[in-house]
Ligand binder design. Structure first.
Ligand code: SF4
Length: 135
């Protein structure tokens, strides 16, 4: 399946990293292994297991604010080229109740990206199936 992603241009243009603050991004073990190999940082330094047995990125504290472990001091993702797949789809997320891709209104620019939902939907669903071990 082709790699699809939401371009970070809109985030850069608006100097926004809203989604990287207090992030709750779930990641695959394989993604963590790749990130660890590329950065030399042990997996347990940047991720942890949730109560639901899901792997999630850790946050760190900068200026009294909890931000993603990988957000740098300029407000940019330090692993942008190999960021987790869930980050590449945001603000398109999977609604586990309605079982469909939706645009997350936590993103201040989500309406500008709503036309990407259909294009991203199948890849996102497959990713969710992998995340939850259903595939
Ligand atoms: S990995 Fe990068 S894009 Fe994903 S939440 Fe962290 S800083 Fe943001």
């Amino acid at each position: 399946m082709d790699k699809l992603e939401i371009s970070g241009d809109i985030c850069l243009k608006n100097q926004c990293h809203h989604c990287c603050i207090e992030t709750e991004m779930l990641v695959l073990k394989t993604e963590c292994t790749q990130i660890s190999k590329a950065t030399g940082i042990p997996i347990t330094n940047f991720s942890f297991m949730t109560e639901d047995n899901q792997r999630m990125l850790k946050n760190k504290t900068i200026d009294d604010q909890e931000v993603c472990f990988f957000l740098d001091d300029k407000g940019l993702c330090s692993i942008y080229q190999f960021r987790p797949e869930g980050c590449t789809y945001y603000p398109i997320i999977w609604d586990l109740i309605t079982h469909q891709a939706v645009s997350d209104d936590y993103c201040p620019f989500h309406t500008e990206l709503a036309n990407k939902i259909e294009r991203i939907s199948l890849n996102l669903e497959l990713f969710i199936l992998k995340l939850y071990g259903w595939l």
